[in-house]
Design a protein around this ligand. Structure first.
Ligand code: SME
Length: 148
């Protein structure tokens, strides 16, 4: 975990553009963590009450725009709370990207106490996420908020 955080730090400290950094973070997390099968960022779409897909790593998704309140991501935009879904089959308010996805975690990104977006992870495993994932993803989100 410490080695991974150092690699995360070096991406954020590089001179690349914001989107290049976010893209590399997605790739790094997906490559290094076996239960991360899709990793992506969503950000608030200007003043509209919706999220817009940012950089991601994994299969293309139809959910490029997600209205606030819809799906796991849309709910996190409203509640401001990390949402761990051990089994997506039991969620009513869920937007399916792939039939392979079994579980999901979404962690909000705060800038000056305002929820500006989120990191979203899909997994092909049931119930794989632990406190370690929450801690790592909060670390990433705090870094994102510093240069956003
Ligand atoms: N499953 C998400 C939609 C985004 S995809 O996972 C990439 C949701 O329910 O909000």
């Amino acid at each position: 975990m410490k080695g991974l955080k150092l690699r995360i730090d070096s991406i954020f400290n590089s001179s690349e553009s914001r989107d290049e950094k976010l893209q590399k973070i997605c790739q790094l997390l997906r490559n290094e963590i076996p239960h991360y099968d899709w990793v992506g960022f969503y950000f608030n779409n200007g003043e509209k009450p919706e999220l817009k897909l940012g950089p991601y790593s994994g299969a293309p998704t139809d959910h490029v725009i997600i209205p606030f309140g819809k799906g796991i991501c849309g709910q996190v935009a409203v509640t401001d709370k990390t949402f761990v879904v051990p089994d997506v089959m039991v969620e009513d308010n869920y937007l399916s990207c792939s039939i392979q996805t079994k579980s999901e975690i979404v962690v909000p990104i705060f800038k000056d106490c305002e929820n500006i977006g989120q990191i979203d992870i899909d997994s092909h495993q049931i119930d794989p996420f632990t406190e370690n994932d929450v801690e790592l993803l909060k670390y990433v989100c705090e870094k994102v908020s510093k240069f956003y």
